[in-house]
Design a protein around this ligand. Structure first.
Ligand code: KIV
Ligand code: ZN
Length: 518
């Protein structure tokens, strides 16, 4: 395989992925994901759309300053104000790229922009020239390219390359394309645009018809050499092409897709889990490559086959994507050494003090649950706070039933003070949340609530992830416990503590920080 077969992976989890309803991330969370994307080996990180909010601007700026390795890019419309703002946010990056976009379909130009195609073409060229005055690396995207007139997009591509664009991106913005047709479009661009060899040809596929991955692969087979995709396929509406699926298709079927990427396969599993936890978007159990059922065999015939030879019913080995790194099932009798060893296998590094806190939580869990799996350890790491929280749960009692008014008693510790409140509610969780509100006096709005079982069985840990808003702030809270009401209360308290930290501008206690060997 020569260099012609190298496909660049452009990750847009932090920009298009964050456009998933309910997936808003704060700056710290974006930074942690960006660091993990660098470990994963993506070539480009699209860190955000800086003009969209001051918060996003700061998040992109922090990523640009702190994350080394990949190209860091930020999105901008074809207006100076956007480009200035995007450049200001990424200018300190080791390898900055400006990413400019404008619609190219008659539908978008006429109905949305209310502009003539020639005016749009001129704007595109001027924007690229302007971006070029800041950096050599400029990407230009033709929004809604797959519903645009071919002669028009060829003209735009030629003009923006002449103006200095180094990457040309062809988005299937509404997931309308089908593979043969999309592949053909890429081929035509390569043959009909005379200066196309001066730019890298990229694609960006949405999944409205469930074809995003297939369309991206068809494009690569026809000469595209950058693929824009997101972890777990999250993104606007039905999402974007899933990074892990594209990469694995190339690894498992090199006969069909003889291409290579710079992706470190062993980091796929961890990246996927991290993105799911921090965005609060669960991974479907049957999700290709990464869902928990992807390596589970339930029918007797399949189990028999796999026991005799895994290859009978498995084309992807979980170990390949870092999913089974030395799995060990721990119990209450497992000593510190075994627990630390397992954490190290999972690439978590805790200092002595952190490990002491962690081990205590592990013992409490192992008392309730006979077998503790690696997934449980990961959930515990999310749950325990290594910094002093403002409020700590000391006591919780709830009542609920068919003929009872649900009620809760909550006792919280704040410094040396013990604070207790009682409340009724629509259910025990609502009652407990209201009791907490009475104690803290903080008014929040619950936007999103997710509960999932971390492993199998009735004694499985329940992991609750919630999203609350307070004024203009969005906060994700998480909690785990074998008792789902307790997990829900912990998640709520976690969000309250984070909010207080944020207001006081204190440092994060995000467990992902520095916890990976970088
Ligand atoms: O889907 C799309 O067209 C986009 C562009 C801004 C690249 O996200
Ligand atoms: Zn998009």
């Amino acid at each position: 395989m020569d260099n012609d077969n190298r496909v660049y992976i452009f990750d847009s989890t932090l920009r298009d992925g964050e456009q998933t309803p309910g997936a808003k991330l704060n700056a710290r969370e974006k930074l942690e994901i960006a660091r993990q994307l660098a470990r994963l080996g993506v070539d480009v990180i699209e860190a955000g759309f800086p003009i969209s909010s001051p918060g996003d601007f700061r998040a992109v700026q922090q990523i640009a300053r702190l994350v080394e390795g990949p190209v860091i890019t930020a999105l901008a419309r074809t207006v100076k104000e956007d480009i200035d703002c995007a450049w200001e946010s990424i200018k300190d990056a080791e390898k900055p790229r400006l990413h400019i976009f404008l619609a190219s379909s008659d539908l978008h130009m006429d109905k949305k922009l209310r502009k003539d195609p020639e005016v749009c073409l001129q704007e595109a060229v001027e924007a690229v020239r302007y971006a070029k005055s800041f950096t050599a690396d400029v990407e230009y995207s033709l929004e809604d390219a797959t519903r645009s007139r071919e002669d028009y997009i060829f003209k735009v591509i030629e003009a923006v390359i002449d103006a200095g664009a180094t990457v040309i991106n062809i988005p299937d913005t509404v997931g309308f394309a089908v593979p043969d047709e999309f592949g053909l479009l890429i081929k035509k661009i390569r043959t009909k645009v005379p200066n196309i060899h001066h730019a890298v040809l990229s694609v960006h596929c949405h999944n409205d018809l469930g074809l995003a991955v297939y369309n991206s692969l068809a494009a690569v087979q026809n000469g595209a050499r950058q693929v824009e995709c997101n972890i777990n396929g999250i993104g606007e509406r039905a999402g974007n092409a899933a990074l892990e699926e594209i990469v694995l298709a190339m690894v498992i079927r090199p006969d069909q897709f003889p291409f290579k990427t710079g992706i470190n396969l062993k980091e796929i599993y961890r990246t996927s889990r991290m993105v799911s936890k921090l965005t609060g978007i669960p991974i479907p159990v049957n999700k290709a490559v990464i869902g928990i059922n992807a390596f589970a065999h339930s029918s007797g015939i399949h189990q028999d086959g796999v026991l005799k030879d895994k290859r009978t019913y498995e084309i992807i080995n979980a170990d390949l994507i870092g999913g089974q790194a030395g799995q060990m099932i721990l119990t209450a009798r497992s000593g510190r050494h075994a627990v630390r060893h397992q954490l190290e296998e999972m690439h978590y590094e805790l200092d002595q003090e952190e490990f002491a806190t962690f081990y205590q939580s592990f013992l409490e869990l192992a008392d309730k649950k006979k077998e503790v799996y690696p997934e449980d350890l990961e959930a515990l790491l999310i749950d325990i706070s290594f910094a002093e929280p403002t409020y700590e749960l000391v006591y919780l009692q709830t009542v609920s039933g068919t003929k009872t008014v649900p009620a809760a008693v909550v006792r919280l510790k704040k410094g040396e003070e013990m604070l207790e409140e009682v409340s009724s509610g629509a259910g025990p969780i609502d009652a407990a949340y209201k009791a907490i509100d009475k104690v803290t006096g903080i008014d929040t709005r619950l936007e999103n609530y997710n509960l999932r079982a971390v492993t199998h069985g009735l004694d499985a840990l329940g992991e609750v992830s919630i999203k609350v808003t307070h004024e203009d702030k969005i906060i994700i809270g998480r909690g785990v416990s074998t008792d789902i009401i307790e997990a829900s209360v912990k998640a709520y308290l976690d969000s309250i503590n984070k909010l207080i930290n944020l207001q006081a501008n204190r440092n994060s206690n995000n467990i992902f920080r520095n916890r990976y060997r970088l």
